[in-house]
Design a protein around this ligand. Structure first.
Ligand code: C2E
Ligand code: CA
Ligand code: CA
Length: 559
């Protein structure tokens, strides 16, 4: 709002006083009115929560009155009138105020009048507490909890306020609980919460998320605020937290993301935040990671794209489709199956490859629904392939987060039964990321699936830390050797040796070998010398539409 009445120096004073009040007020929203000009400044949070016109307002009292419940308005009006008439120096009242969505919040509002040296009313300052906000408090740390986090974040996004968000986790907390007991663990979390609150100060708000995670939201422009708070917290924790006289050293990891555009929602921002958080833990030894999105898009586009993709899941999977890459028998060079590969497209973003969204969304609560759709769609297509080639096997990729769901086996079985699909002709591909799961759970799930005849393949063999360990521990039917091991096999003797060793390992555990990324006839020629069962790669075919697979089967078998 333009102001042409309040002089510059008065405005500067208003700003300075307001800043002092905001620091002291912590969790309350504050307001400050220069009564000589009836010119006010209100907390941004209050402005966004109630959809007020601006943080600077002329005649804020009247504007605010419009937000107050009709039944409470009279009392409010009289209270304000007595103050401006100089009949009272303070007010303390409760009323209901309406938000832009029409819901009412119960607010407590306290204010006092400050007079100048001549005894004239100069400032009216105070704080408004929104009671429903007080409910989202974590009882252990006293910080706002994850519901508060989502509520606040949604509010900022809805009101087009730029924010920077951080997510911090404590490493190996299960071990801490084991060593120091539940009580000790709680004390440590309390201490972490307290320190976080201290380092964030008035630069933002600290939250206790689920488990051992903490959040930060800051409305200040620079994302460095989040990084600085995190680094300060790490510096403190590296000195150790004292619990019952013992000093415990904690390690942290953290992700952060800047929300500069508002064509998104809190859930999508949280998925991005979680992705950066995982990278910090898995790849950066705890250095904070900023979410940058996929390499070929900027971060803003990336968050928008993810939001649109995430929304497609709840809109009947609009824009999603599957392509199929043939799997070829190494001996006969005929098609024996195919791997289903996910794609998404829409008018604005074009065709988006799975690497750009699966890694970010696979931990999202929406992903299992997409996983089920993929399975159903692939099985339905495969039934058409089986009609032409009765031994055809369809491979479907799984994310580890799908396997984690306790009804996962049931979902797979239901899909198979509902479509009357032969279970032996379904092969589920899992990657080494599944080592993040509890091994007992994974083993159990695999045995249940296998007891029905479903096959399981280990994808991208050799790219992780524990390939050999997994093959030893789990009953895989097929090992898929990643293309990075065969790219130079025509010239590189070491790659040949590696592949021969890999196939020996697979044979030892009765698993078949499929080699991915065959791009030339020379590669196929060499690999045929080892006990490789099947091939997959651009030399035979890129991922293609259903009808192309039908054509290939016809070409290889029917004619
Ligand atoms: P992946 O499972 O290892 O799939 C193989 C990828 O390698 C595919 O990329 C495929 O197009 C590509 N590829 C195949 N042959 C060649 C070749 O000869 N040369 C080269 N340079 N590349 C080749 P795509 O389709 O982009 O998929 C990327 C990854 O996305 C997949 O890697 C998989 O991890 C994931 N993904 C794809 N679809 C799904 C799905 O339905 N569910 C889940 N959870 N993940 C999926
Ligand atoms: Ca795969
Ligand atoms: Ca692969």
């Amino acid at each position: 709002m333009e102001n042409n009445q309040i002089p510059k120096e008065r405005l500067a004073k208003l700003d300075k006083l307001f800043e002092c009040m905001s620091i002291i007020a912590e969790d309350s929203h504050v307001y400050l009115c220069d009564m000589k000009y009836d010119y006010s400044k209100w907390s941004k949070t209050l402005v966004s929560l109630f959809g007020l016109p601006d943080e600077y307002m002329v005649g804020a009292g009247d504007l605010w009155e419009q937000h107050i419940h009709p039944d409470d308005r009279k009392v409010y009006h009289e209270g304000i009138e007595t103050i401006f008439a100089g009949k009272s120096d303070e007010h303390d009242m409760q009323y209901r105020a309406v938000k832009p969505n029409g819901e009412y919040e119960v607010c407590s509002c306290r204010g006092i009048v400050l007079k100048d040296e001549d005894g004239n009313m100069e400032y009216f300052c105070g704080a408004i507490k929104n009671h429903s906000e007080q409910h989202h408090i974590d009882s252990l740390t006293g910080l706002r909890d994850q519901f508060g986090f989502f509520k606040d974040l949604s509010n900022y996004i809805d009101n087009h306020m730029k924010v920077n968000v951080g997510l911090i986790g404590v490493d190996r907390f299960a071990q801490i609980n084991e060593l120091y007991g539940y009580k000790g663990g709680n004390k440590i979390l309390q201490e972490c919460g307290r320190m976080l609150q201290e380092v964030v100060g008035n630069q933002g708000k600290a939250y206790r998320m689920d488990g051992t995670k903490f959040g930060i939201i800051s409305t200040l422009e620079d994302i460095k605020i989040i990084e600085d708070s995190y680094n300060k917290l790490c510096d403190r924790l590296i000195k150790g937290v004292s619990v019952d006289g013992r000093s415990i050293v904690l390690e942290l990891y953290a992700g952060m993301v800047g929300v500069k555009d508002f064509n998104t929602d809190a859930q999508t921002v949280y998925a991005c935040l979680n992705f950066a958080f995982d990278e910090s833990r898995d790849l950066k030894q705890g250095d904070i990671v900023e979410f940058k999105g996929s390499s070929n898009r900027d971060e803003k586009k990336s968050i928008e794209q993810l939001y649109t993709i995430r929304n497609s899941i709840s809109h009947n999977f609009e824009g999603f489709y599957l392509l199929y890459q043939p799997i070829i028998d190494a001996e006969t060079e005929k098609i024996i199956g195919a791997e289903a590969l996910l794609r998404w497209k829409n008018e604005e973003f074009g065709i988006v490859p799975p690497d750009e969204f699966i890694p970010v969304l696979e931990k999202d609560s929406m992903f299992p629904a997409l996983g089920e759709w993929i399975l159903k769609t692939a099985v339905k297509a495969s039934l058409k392939f089986i009609r032409l080639l009765p031994s055809f096997i369809i491979n479907v990729n799984l994310s580890y987060s799908q396997i984690e769901k306790n009804n996962f086996v049931e979902i797979v079985k239901n899909v198979i039964e509902d479509s009357d699909y032969p279970p032996k002709q379904l092969c589920l591909e899992i990657t080494e990321r599944c080592r993040l799961l509890d091994m007992g759970l994974l083993k159990n799930t695999m045995y249940k699936l296998k007891s029905d005849g479903i096959r399981i393949a280990l994808d991208d063999f050799g790219t992780g830390f524990s390939s050999m360990g997994l093959v030893k521990a789990l009953p895989f039917d097929t090992i898929k050797i990643d293309r990075s091991f065969v790219q130079k096999i025509e010239d590189d003797e070491r790659e040949k040796t590696l592949v021969s060793k890999f196939t020996e390992v697979a044979n030892l555990y009765d698993a078949k070998v499929c080699v991915e990324g065959i791009e030339t006839p020379g590669m196929a020629e060499i690999l045929r010398r080892y006990s490789v069962h099947s091939f997959q790669g651009y030399y035979y075919s890129k991922p293609v539409e259903e009808t192309e697979i039908i054509n290939m089967i016809k070409k290889d078998y029917v004619s």
